[in-house]
Design a protein around this ligand. Structure first.
Ligand SMILES: NC(=O)c1ccc[n+]([C@@H]2O[C@H](COP(=O)([O-])OP(=O)(O)OC[C@H]3O[C@@H](n4cnc5c(N)ncnc54)[C@H](O)[C@@H]3O)[C@@H](O)[C@H]2O)c1
Length: 345
């Protein structure tokens, strides 16, 4: 018989969280998931529709920076674990408006950590009896490591020094450091996962892959930054969720785990692959590739990210189930459904 527990999840109306919640609810019938999300432009309850009727799913609209609210949630639901997704997450927005990134990503993470510490612990390194082992899992990004050379052997490991280049990655790096300090100073049980670029259903329209599909279907030019040769390591979102599950349950306290799919692609390869599939699935008079348009590069655009996930693979037995070729088909099918429905509305 497993213990029933209430776990606080933040930011689950966004892309990754809303893929995580249905997966986690189904896998762990002993958990009730309390979801705290501000429903910024990036979050929508449409993403969580499938969970609405589930008695083990609760949704609270609110800000992770609101200490009173976070304290109320801990007490009211007797929270025994945190998985923290909430963030401002779009690099382009962080260049235009960095302040909210510092507020949510740094101050919000601090607030959650500090409330958890007070609720679970009597003093440094001493948990209150009922809360022994309660864990704070912080979801972070590989962007904290900065950019890589084009040498394929050059990969981000958990030992790579932090060198964030955008206000987004700097705010995430700062939040990682605060998590680390709560582990080292107070003995709060924490884990951090730093993941590469995710793709899959429910991602906001502003991000690269949904933009390519949407613009192509609308017959509009498909904007690609600079020379299109920036490289990202793409991971199917459900593989990220499975990695989070594994680290939350079996990761070693105080450890950091990189998550990545060994699927490096340039932006040009991504747009080419998507247009090829769309040309087959929804042929139009001309190939969608003719819509590709190069636009002025993003300021400070990191050239290459690539993850060495061997710690997670070797120590915890994680493997990505999807490769890019299989994951991108599922993804395109989902957006075809979404954009066709919105066309009909
Ligand atoms: N998307 C990726 O490729 C990727 C890769 C690695 C790591 N991450 C990290 O994973 C996490 C989730 O990313 P995502 O892509 O799902 O982001 P997202 O932008 O799609 O969703 C973020 C969610 O957080 C909520 N939110 C924002 N500010 C809030 C606040 N102050 N209080 C409460 N809720 C708030 C939003 O309403 C939204 O629902 C982030 O921490 C991000 O840094 C993302």
């Amino acid at each position: 018989m497993q213990n029933n527990k209430n776990i606080l999840l933040t930011g689950t109306a966004g892309f990754i969280g809303s893929n995580f919640v249905p997966y986690f609810l189904e896998k762990y019938p002993q958990y009730t998931l309390v979801n705290l999300d501000l429903l910024t432009y990036a979050g929508t309850l449409d993403n969580l529709k499938e969970c609405e009727g589930n008695p083990r799913y609760k949704f609270i609209k609110g800000n992770i920076c609101n200490r009173e609210l976070v304290e109320y949630i801990f007490t009211e639901y007797d929270i025994q674990g945190v998985i923290h997704f909430a963030a401002e997450s779009h690099v382009d927005n962080s260049i235009k408006n960095p302040g909210v990134f510092i507020e949510t990503n740094v101050n919000g993470t601090f607030t959650l950590l500090d409330v958890a510490k007070h609720y679970w612990m009597d003093k440094p390194f001493t948990y209150k009896m009922p809360y022994q082992g309660c864990r704070f899992h912080h979801i972070s990004t590989d962007e904290v490591y900065g950019t890589l050379s084009l040498d394929p052997n050059d990969l981000f490991t958990e030992e790579t020094p932090y060198a964030p280049n955008s206000p987004y990655s700097a705010s995430k790096a700062s939040s990682d450091m605060i998590v680390r300090s709560y582990q080292e100073t107070y003995g709060l049980n924490t884990v951090i996962t730093n993941c590469s670029n995710n793709y899959g259903p429910k991602q906001h329209d502003e991000k690269l892959i949904p933009t390519i599909i949407r613009k192509a279907l609308a017959g509009q030019s498909i904007p690609i930054y600079g020379d299109g040769k920036n490289i990202r390591d793409w991971l199917y979102v459900l593989d990220h969720c499975k990695g989070i599950d594994l680290v939350y349950h079996t990761g070693k306290e105080g450890n950091v785990y990189n998550i990545g799919g060994r699927n490096e692609r340039t932006n040009l390869q991504i747009v080419d692959a998507i247009c090829t599939i769309l040309d087959e699935k929804v042929p139009s008079a001309k190939s969608y590739k003719e819509l590709i348009t190069f636009v002025e590069d993003r300021a400070g655009h990191d050239r290459r990210y690539a993850i060495d996930a061997s710690k997670l693979e070797n120590k915890l037995g994680w493997r990505a189930d999807e490769n890019f070729d299989s994951g991108i088909i599922k993804t395109i099918e989902w957006y075809l459904g979404k954009y066709k429905t919105s066309e009909n509305n």
